[in-house]
Design a protein around this ligand. Structure first.
Ligand code: NI
Ligand code: MN
Length: 241
């Protein structure tokens, strides 16, 4: 599978965290939990610019280092409206509050569309009290690069029937789906999701980073046998180009 990105690059930073380098040299981070146990050595230091950060929801393993990175790089942060309020209160300047079905332009000439996810989105900020604060609904993102390449990052989610609509509307070139189970769908549900999305390429994520995230790419491949859907397995730090 060489060069289907047409000059761009998708790098897995472990868990649900990805670095996307666009054809035009823009850097977009999705769910940047940089202290995840599979964070590749040197990947943090390699960040010398970040144009935009896409947090799918408020759980700590996805919101991660969003606040610090957004401040350091003056990055744009498209996110669901309530999470945007929280991030602004934390000093993030360039939030782009939005909601599901909306599309915003980021980094000048990229597009981020927010889509549904079937999950939850509470966040514990001890300065606000011991219980989780609800920061809007969880979401997924369809990111479109300058060359029209589209990737769908599902965030944390179970499979849901409207993934068919996401496939029909945005026809993503690659879909990034959680397979670990427990907090998200596992391989069986992710295989169904890939079929609903009618995707040709699936990059599994959100597995192997905790004792409860037991789903594996091998199980996913077994579920997808004969489907023609390619499972693009990466090691953390690995890239697709
Ligand atoms: Ni979550
Ligand atoms: Mn998660």
């Amino acid at each position: 599978m060489d060069s289907f990105l047409g000059g761009g690059r998708i790098t897995w930073l472990g868990h649900a965290a990805f670095r996307v380098d666009s054809v035009g040299g823009k850097v977009v981070l999705i769910d940047p939990w940089l202290s995840n146990p599979k964070m590749p050595a040197g990947a943090r230091e390699a960040l010398t610019r970040v144009d935009a950060i896409l947090p799918t929801h408020a759980h700590g393993d996805h919101l991660g280092d969003t606040v610090a990175l957004a401040k350091r790089f003056h990055a744009e942060v498209p996110c669901i409206a309530e999470l945007g309020h929280y991030l602004r209160a934390q000093g993030v300047e360039k939030t782009k509050p939005m909601n599901k079905g909306g599309t915003v332009t980021i980094a000048g000439d990229l597009k981020a569309t927010m889509v549904s996810a079937d999950h939850s989105s509470g966040y514990v900020d001890k300065s606000l009290g011991p219980l989780p604060v609800y920061l809007g609904e969880p979401a997924g993102f369809v990111l479109e690069l300058e060359n029209g390449f589209r990737l769908y990052h599902a965030g944390d989610t179970n499979v849901f029937g409207d993934m068919k609509l996401i496939g029909e509307l945005y026809a993503p070139d690659i879909v990034l789906l959680p397979i670990g189970g427990n907090y998200t769908m596992g391989p069986r549900e992710a295989a169904k999701a890939a079929r609903l999305l009618a995707s040709k390429r699936l990059l599994p994520m959100h597995y192997g980073t905790g004792s409860s995230l037991l789903g594996t790419p091998a199980e996913l491949r077994a579920e997808l046998q004969g489907s023609g859907i390619e499972v693009a397995e990466l090691e953390p730090g690995g890239s697709l180009t």
